[in-house]
Design a protein around this ligand. Structure first.
Ligand SMILES: NC(=O)c1ccc[n+]([C@@H]2O[C@H](COP(=O)([O-])OP(=O)(O)OC[C@H]3O[C@@H](n4cnc5c(N)ncnc54)[C@H](OP(=O)(O)O)[C@@H]3O)[C@@H](O)[C@H]2O)c1
Length: 371
């Protein structure tokens, strides 16, 4: 069946409120439900500042609106959904062109774990993988906001059908106890993980050294570094148990920040540099196996990322992208799916992705149109 059969959709983002804690929860989603209402959340982690966050709606994906000089996100502010609809890119044609039938076949029967799947790049990956192999795939979608994950799972099921089995999983990667035990708690049909997308992460603040809150330092390292390493270590035994020394794919989401540190980002940059070192070491440690270790480093990508950085200040977050067209989460997801669906003997070890107006970090490496 042609992938273009599936209608064009996008995940639009709308403002939400606080997040609510809920007990660890597992439950395979197989039915769809309306996403036209938003959920409320409270932070499940005391280490995470309480910031206005966003939840997701599944909306038809319109053609991209022409880029205007000002940040295109602000062209229509009548409602969060319509505002973000104006930033949407196409999906159906993109998917059928980007993911070939062969690539989709390479995903058949696989189980994919995506951390940080409740928003942004992780959420886009979930949809992109599902569209690439809508007939025979299992997705474990993990994040702290499990209610949001359930909504995303239901929306994907509604879009692609029952061929993609989805397990919403509440998992705070910054909590070693949770990470240590989650694999054992997985239902049997989801235990045999083939692909790990280590995506959960983020940034807090723009303070410079000497003025950085200890809590911000801790949450960034605990999530971006220790969390990523712990999840990897939890999943690796599954990979090592396979023949020929082991098999499986790991995609670590780094950042241009891990390659080019910038003022006001010292801790975030340090965490992403650590991801880069860990990734490169792991690739060297597994060359005698069929385990593929890949890193994907996005440049400026419009997600919840900057809203979290500015502690919920949407105006400041929007200013990050003023006068330029950032990448979308889907842009990154397409690259991730492409990398994972190469022939077994091919490792796309390192991907650096910019919008066309970016060439590095800092103002000198970002071209912005002025009004
Ligand atoms: N956007 C960019 O410009 C950009 C550029 C380079 C790299 N990146 C990287 O891309 C990755 C995804 O970011 P994004 O842009 O998609 O940001 P986002 O929209 O803020 O999404 C971050 C995701 O990570 C999850 N997360 C955060 N802390 C977590 C924790 N302790 N445990 C489990 N999940 C957690 C969040 O879910 P919950 O809040 O529900 O837990 C959310 O699903 C991050 O590693 C980020 O550093 C982003």
């Amino acid at each position: 069946m042609s992938l273009s059969f599936y209608s064009i959709h996008r995940f639009a983002v709308c403002l939400s409120r606080s997040r609510k804690a809920s007990s660890p929860s597992l439950g395979v989603v197989s039915s769809s439900r309306s996403l036209l209402s938003t959920s409320s959340f409270s932070s499940p982690s005391p280490a995470i500042p309480q910031t206005p966050r966003v939840s997701v709606l599944l909306q038809p994906r319109p053609r991209p609106a022409p880029f205007l000089a000002a940040n295109r996100c602000r062209q229509d502010s009548s409602s969060p959904a319509s505002r973000l609809a104006s930033t949407a890119r196409t999906m159906s044609t993109a998917t059928s062109q980007v993911v070939t039938a062969t690539a989709g076949q390479r995903l058949a029967g696989k189980t994919i774990l995506i951390t940080g799947a409740s928003a942004g790049i992780g959420q886009a990956c979930a949809l992109e993988f599902a569209l690439a192999q809508p007939h025979d795939l299992r997705l474990i979608l993990a994040a702290r906001r499990v209610d949001t994950i359930r909504e995303i799972a239901a929306a994907i099921t509604k879009q692609v059908g029952d061929g993609v089995k989805i397990l919403p999983l509440q998992l705070d990667v910054s909590k070693p106890d949770e990470v240590r035990t989650f694999v054992d708690k997985l239902p049997e049909e989801f235990k045999n993980i083939d692909v790990l997308i280590n995506n959960a992460g983020g940034v807090r603040g723009v303070e410079t050294a000497g003025n950085i809150a200890e809590a911000d330092i801790n949450v960034m390292f605990d999530t971006n570094v220790t969390g990523l390493i712990n999840v990897t270590q939890a999943v690796l035994p599954i990979f090592f148990a396979r023949p020929d020394g082991g098999a499986g794919d790991i995609v670590n989401i780094g950042s241009i920040a891990g390659r080019e540190p910038y003022a006001g980002g010292s801790i975030y940059c340090a965490t992403k540099a650590a991801v880069r070192s860990f990734t490169d070491s792991l690739r060297r440690e597994t060359i005698n196996t069929k385990i593929r270790v890949m890193e994907v480093d996005p440049g400026a990508t419009e997600t919840e990322f900057s809203v979290v950085r500015f502690r919920g200040d949407k105006a400041k977050a929007d200013a990050t992208y003023a006068g330029m067209e950032p990448l979308t989460a889907q842009d990154i997801a397409e690259v991730i799916v492409f990398n994972v669906t190469r022939r077994q003997n091919v490792v796309v070890a390192d991907s650096l992705i910019f919008p066309t107006v970016q060439a590095g970090t800092g103002p000198a490496n970002m071209y912005r149109k002025t009004a």
